[in-house]
Design a protein around this ligand. Structure first.
Ligand code: ATP
Ligand code: MG
Length: 436
């Protein structure tokens, strides 16, 4: 029979890798909670018009990267990003009526039919957050600062922050006009895609990775000259906040990013080029003050970001403990297996991760398994031990072995495994317990 394989660009995450995923997800949840953000979960599938209206009809995402299909006459799309769904939920549940400011975070898979390469997949995971109801630059600086702390907690080297302002709608229109005037004489030198973009979405040309487009854009006017007084004051104020927080950043006047919904502040955080190559952007975000109203809600300003977990994994240098259990209960014989199951239950109640192997294997084979799972202690239960009401406690780290009553053995395991904070990374609430 032919073997079935995963869809191209969609990856399995096997248990050997999951410890690093957990560390990132927990660190993020904790960071967001420290800033008063709460988690929101929205569907993976949304009506297609949601993305067409927010991300923009003439963006790469909508033009060629969405997984879209018809179901019972309705066009549905696997979400390519998280902001549109969050804004839809915000409007749909009338959240603005219940609270003047809303802070949400999310985590989950996104889907884009891109050409798969290192750090770029067709199903990938994002961590993101949105602030609704705060139009000022203070929350923008807070969020950028929060992200730097988060990336630092993950030991990510070479982090750089780039910011820009796109201004409001009127600014964008005037800039668009100037850009078209600059690029029209250069039409023939543009890539095929960008020749089309010149008519549909000229700002996109600045985001092109094609060298011909980048050359043509070199002498183009930059948006800063077109900002109005309000845009300018907003951007200046953001810079003051960032300076006060001691944040190092660069203003990049050509930064536009791939989604149409942004207004005013835009930012990106990149990691070390050597590790990430072309996909060095770890986090992208910005302000989108008209999306809520565009989706039929009231005029509520918003600001948010998204980070790709796979890229954080590539960029980060932290390690997690790889052991699966703390103790292995090794029964020798079927009566011993019964005692072993009870003993393992007692240990788990005390927070000791353990496995009991009731397959009737030899002691040698069970010791091999203990080693493979990274157990520190092996509790050997044989007929003789049962008759005497004891177990043999073999400490693989200390190379020691003693016989003792079961209750005492439980205490010994707790002392050696929990008190020593062994395997702290794989415990469900480990990061929280350690950091709080
Ligand atoms: P890029 O310029 O690298 O294509 P983007 O501008 O499309 O990124 P956003 O849509 O803003 O990225 O998404 C935010 C973050 O999500 C990116 O910075 C990146 O970390 C991650 N990301 C985006 N697309 C992918 C993908 N196809 N595979 C893995 N991660 C991705
Ligand atoms: Mg992209």
């Amino acid at each position: 029979m032919t073997q079935l394989r995963a869809v191209k660009g969609m990856n399995d995450v096997l248990p050997d890798q999951i410890g690093r995923w957990h560390r990132i997800e927990r660190t993020f949840a904790r960071t967001m909670s420290l800033h008063g953000f709460r988690e929101v979960r929205t569907p993976f599938l949304e009506p297609t018009p949601l993305f067409v209206r927010t991300v923009g009809e003439t963006t790469d995402i909508v033009e060629k990267e969405m997984y879209t299909f018809e179901h019972h006459g309705e066009s549905l799309t696997l979400r390519p990003e998280g902001t549109a769904g969050a804004a839809r939920a915000y409007v749909e549940h009338n959240v603005h009526a219940a609270e003047p400011m809303t802070r949400w975070w999310y985590a989950g898979p996104m889907f884009r039919a891109e050409r798969p390469q290192r750090g770029r997949y067709r199903q990938f995971y994002q961590l993101g957050a949105e602030v609704f109801g705060d139009e000022g630059p203070g929350c923008e600086a807070e969020v950028i600062d929060l992200l730097l702390r988060f990336l630092q907690d993950l030991s990510i080297p070479g982090v750089r922050v780039v910011i820009n302002s796109l201004g409001g709608g009127a600014t964008r229109l005037r800039y668009r006009q100037a850009l078209v005037e600059h690029l029209t004489p250069l039409l023939d030198s543009l890539s095929h895609d960008s020749q089309r973009r010149l008519r549909t979405n000229p700002l996109r040309i600045l985001d092109s990775k094609d060298e011909r487009d980048q050359t043509a854009a070199l002498g183009a006017p930059t948006i800063d000259a077109f900002l109005d007084d309000g845009d300018r004051a907003h951007f200046e104020s953001l810079r003051k906040y960032l300076d006060a927080l001691g944040t190092t950043y660069t203003v990049e006047k050509r930064l536009v990013r791939g989604l149409d919904y942004y207004t005013r502040t835009l930012f990106e955080i990149t990691g070390a080029q050597e590790k990430l190559g072309a996909g060095s952007t770890l986090v992208g975000g910005g302000r989108y003050d008209s999306m809520v109203a565009d989706l039929g809600g009231p005029q509520v300003p918003a600001f948010g970001f998204a980070a790709g977990i796979e890229r954080l994994l590539i960029a980060s240098e932290f390690e997690v403990a790889s052991n699966v259990i703390d103790a292995l209960v090794a029964p020798l014989g079927s009566e011993a297996a019964t005692v072993g199951l009870g003993l393992a239950r007692d240990l788990r109640r005390e927070g000791i991760r353990c496995e009991v192997d009731t397959r009737g294997k030899s002691l040698r084979s069970q010791l091999r398994r203990a080693d493979a799972l990274g157990a520190r202690i092996v509790l050997i239960v044989g007929d003789k031990e049962i008759a005497e009401g004891v177990v043999q406690v073999k400490d693989l780290d200390a190379h020691s072995e003693e016989r003792m009553p079961i209750t005492q053995a439980v205490r010994v395991v707790i002392d050696r495994c929990v008190a020593a904070s062994r395997n702290v990374d794989s415990r469900p609430s480990a990061d929280f317990a350690r950091n709080s």
